[in-house]
Ligand binder design. Structure first.
Ligand code: FMN
Length: 400
């Protein structure tokens, strides 16, 4: 990325929506839709973003303070920002710097990066790139042997936490991927690929970078014993063969002595179960609307989970975060910090690492402005008194 294209991204991208629009112009439709899309009718995907409109602010005006404290304490780390970068699979398809660039951008901003199992870069390179904490997100693809090997590598490399995703019994059906021939493009023969090639040829910049990067990477962190890195074959089939259950937590805790985050919790019952199984933190998440469609938005699910396990585990959430106001609302409802997925991945697809830097900067300045307009000097002081929540939101919380 040249100096001039870096500044073009900075000038043109005022919001995350602007980065999304640039990404759409720069990567093939199959790659953009993989990033942008959700499962089935995309009901939850839409609701994840829309639901923030239901919560309005109660500002305290005529309040002045010199510094606005955006720091959040997550798993013992003092982060400069109350948001982390979520695990996003296939990041290297969006831009060759992929997971390495995103991790470096997170570290430069003083926050944490979570590396997906479905990474095109080795976990050791990702850890080495970042000056901040890096967590490893675990799928059991390749079986327990592959998982134990990667957990050991992550420990040796200095990863600080394991993020265990529990909402992926099978891969959700993302209809856009089927229509765009994502599967054929990744695993098909030349003849199967042919009908889908025009969208690739329409993005020569992306194609050149992709070919110079060596084409489709294998999964260097999924290495079943006695085998090489798992090729990027049908990840969906590999996931379906390796469904994670609560009983797996017992051996995971034995092989991973550090903190564990359970990601994908949507009910108070699962939150309590996660605490019982030894989770240090929970991420309230519906996988960005990419797994079971028609589940509640993450923000809507958050109060029930806060009520169920508040003070027993740190509560994170992710889903639909596109603005600083979204982050502030989630913190007011009880999240300690949030994870951003697409918000930074649009930046990655738009302009590589410079795009991720820009996404983080947009959210950081949004946050600072929102806090000042709200009259709250520190994100640690945010609570429900700063927001109006629809009355019926509390009904479910009183059920359990
Ligand atoms: C393209 C893409 C790939 C993802 N890959 C993973 C993954 O490998 N593991 C995982 O736990 N979550 C994955 N997620 C879910 C994110 O970690 C996060 O839960 C979600 O993106 C939050 O919603 P948001 O994109 O609206 O911020 C992925 C999300 C996207 C958009």
């Amino acid at each position: 990325m040249t100096q001039s294209s870096r500044s073009v991204v900075s000038r043109r991208a005022v919001s995350i929506a602007d980065l999304r629009a640039i990404a759409q112009r720069r990567v093939p439709r199959a790659v953009f839709d993989y990033l942008d899309g959700g499962a089935e009718g995309e009901v939850t995907l839409r609701e994840n973003c829309r639901v923030y409109d239901d919560v309005t602010f109660r500002p305290r005006h005529a309040v002045a303070f010199a510094d606005c404290n955006l720091r959040a304490r997550v798993l013992g780390f003092d982060l400069a920002l109350p948001f982390l970068l979520a695990p996003v699979g296939y990041s290297r398809l969006m831009h060759p710097v992929g997971e390495v660039g995103a991790a470096r951008a997170a570290g430069d901003a003083g926050t944490a990066y979570i590396l997906s199992t479905i990474s095109g870069h080795k976990l050791e390179s990702v850890k080495a790139a970042s000056t901040g904490p890096v967590f490893y997100q675990l799928y059991l693809m390749g079986g327990r042997g592959a998982a134990e090997a990667v957990i050991e590598r992550a420990r040796l490399a200095g990863f600080s936490a394991l993020v265990v995703t529990i909402d992926t019994a099978v891969a959700g059906i993302r209809e856009r991927d089927y229509r765009n021939g994502m599967r054929e493009l990744i695993t098909g023969s030349v003849f199967e690929k042919l009908p889908f090639l025009p969208q690739i040829l329409a993005r020569p910049g992306w194609l050149t970078r992709f070919l110079l990067d060596g084409g489709l990477p294998a999964l260097p962190n999924v290495v079943p014993p006695g085998e090489g890195p798992m090729p990027l074959i049908d990840v969906a089939a590999a996931l379906a063969k390796s469904t994670l259950t609560w009983s797996d937590l017992t051996w995971i805790r034995k092989v991973w002595p550090g903190p564990i985050v359970i990601k994908g919790v949507l009910t108070g019952d699962d939150a309590r179960r996660a605490v019982d199984e030894g989770a240090t933190a929970i991420s309230v998440s519906n996988h960005g609307g990419r797994q079971l469609d028609c589940v509640p938005s993450s923000l809507r699910a958050l109060p029930e989970i806060v009520k169920a396990v508040h003070r027993q585990a740190e509560i994170l959430m992710d889903g639909g975060i596109r603005r600083g106001t979204d982050i502030v609302k989630a913190l007011c409802l009880g999240a300690r910090a949030v994870l951003c997925g697409r918000a930074y991945a649009y930046g990655l697809a738009a302009a590589g690492e410079a795009g991720v830097n820009r996404a983080i900067e947009i959210l950081r300045t949004d946050l600072d402005r929102t806090m000042r307009l709200l009259g709250c000097a520190s994100v640690a002081e945010l609570n429900r008194s700063y927001v109006n929540v629809p009355l019926n939101w509390d009904a479910r919380e009183s059920v359990s």
